[in-house]
Design a protein around this ligand. Structure first.
Ligand code: C5P
Length: 404
């Protein structure tokens, strides 16, 4: 089983050098979080004279270390860089720039610079004399020739009486530059996406249940992809063994009734519901508190479960987008799919052929994306990650028209 962990496209290491502009980096951190990024701060030891560890830990919600001798079992000088999708160093002082140019590794931040494969962006801030000094200019040129992005400092008032080039740029400018460099796709930024995953279990007795073969892979892949695109994701997971994804609120449920309860509770706040979970169509009439004896197991009376999706679709606002899934074993996928889309009252239905054990538990999928307007787009065999991106493209498009 593939573990869905990092990198997720939204992990940033924010390095902080020992300049007074360190206090402005607090705002930069906050604005990066507003854009859905998860930030780990690595200050240089001397930068703590300007902004202390407690501030960074409180703002980032994560543990903060400055040197390689802390938390050794986690090998932080390698693991932090490996986990990062981007490394932003702000402010980058003349000394820090020189140390990076020389390939030094005398604190946790410079170690991370050496070990990461992520794009590195430096935001210099210093007095004009230091920025224009030949040594700094040569170091900056060297770093740029190595593919490190070194932003131009702003011109204006500095800490003392001097005015000139060297100011820390406005946070909005840094963010704009960063988004341009990173090409982060933020088209779901701030959208609340509710996703269900896995398969429900209907208890017969303390030992047995009625279940299905859904692994949760598609729902988790959707959650991962939506979070990467900036969405605030709530995942309702039914009996999946896939680990929770940091940054995604995951609510674990077992039965269809529990899933129904959570969906009804969370749906009003959602911009979109992606109903990926395989919901058991029926449950035992009666739950037996004790294990039913083998001799009494010949027949189990069943009651139909509520159709969660069809019921919620009746309560939807016009600006909420609904996507359903249908696993079919009939050969005429399209006819069945189109009828189901109408019956469920959804905007999209992804219908796939699951006969002979196909798709459930697999990393691959194929099928059709049907829409309310009668469209049917064939999806040739792709990974569940790729399908997630395609489905989200459709959701984004519809959300745009839904005028929310
Ligand atoms: O009717 P069928 O099970 O084929 O429909 C599949 C879609 O409906 C899926 O999106 C599934 O999550 C949802 N569903 C539901 N409640 C049920 C059965 C299915 O929400 N009781």
């Amino acid at each position: 089983m593939r573990e869905i962990t990092f990198p997720r496209g939204r992990e940033i290491v924010l390095g902080v050098g020992a300049g007074i502009a360190a206090y402005k980096s607090c705002d930069l951190l906050r604005r990066l979080q507003d854009h859905g990024f998860l930030v780990t701060v690595i200050p240089t030891p001397s930068s703590l004279n300007f902004v202390g560890k407690a501030t960074w830990e409180a703002l980032s919600g994560r543990k903060v270390n400055t040197d390689v001798w802390e938390n050794i079992p986690a090998v932080p000088h390698v693991s932090l860089g490996a986990k990062a999708d981007f490394l932003i160093i702000a402010p980058a002082t003349a000394d820090l720039i020189a140390r990076i140019a020389a390939g030094r590794a005398d604190d946790l931040l410079t170690n991370t610079v050496l070990t990461t494969l992520a794009p590195i962006i430096l935001v210099p801030a210093m007095h004009p004399q230091m920025w224009q000094n030949q040594a700094t200019a040569a170091n900056v040129a060297l770093l740029r020739s190595r593919g490190i992005h070194v932003l131009e400092p702003a011109v204006g008032r500095l800490t003392g009486d001097d005015i000139g080039i060297g100011r820390f740029p406005e946070t909005s400018e840094i963010i704009a530059k960063f988004l341009e460099i990173s090409q982060s796709n933020c088209d779901l930024l701030g959208r609340k996406i509710l996703i269900t995953a896995g398969g429900t279990r209907e208890a017969i007795d303390p030992v047995r249940y009625i279940g299905n073969r859904s692994s949760g892979k598609q729902g988790y892949a959707l959650a991962f992809a939506a979070a990467k695109r900036g969405a605030i994701v709530e995942l309702i997971a039914a009996n999946s063994t896939i680990p929770d994804i940091e940054g995604i609120t995951t609510i674990h449920v077992e039965s269809a009734d529990e899933l129904d309860l959570v969906v009804r509770d969370r749906f009003p706040e959602a911009d979109a519901l992606l109903m990926c979970a395989a919901v058991a169509d029926a449950k035992p009439n009666q739950y037996s508190d004790s294990k039913i004896k083998k001799s009494a197991l010949s027949q189990i009376e069943l009651t139909t479960n509520p159709d969660i999706l069809a019921n919620i679709a009746k309560k939807r606002r016009s600006n909420q987008v609904l996507l359903g899934f249908a696993a079919e074993t009939d050969s005429d996928l399209l006819t069945f799919g189109k009828a189901k889309l109408l019956a469920k009252g959804v905007d999209f239905l992804y219908v796939n052929q699951v006969s002979q054990g196909a798709i459930f538990g697999s990393d691959l999928t194929s099928g059709y994306i049907l829409d309310r307007e009668g469209g049917a787009a064939k999806v040739e065999e792709v990974s569940k990650d790729t399908l997630s991106e395609i489905l989200l493209d459709n959701v984004v498009e519809r959300l745009r028209y839904a005028n929310v």
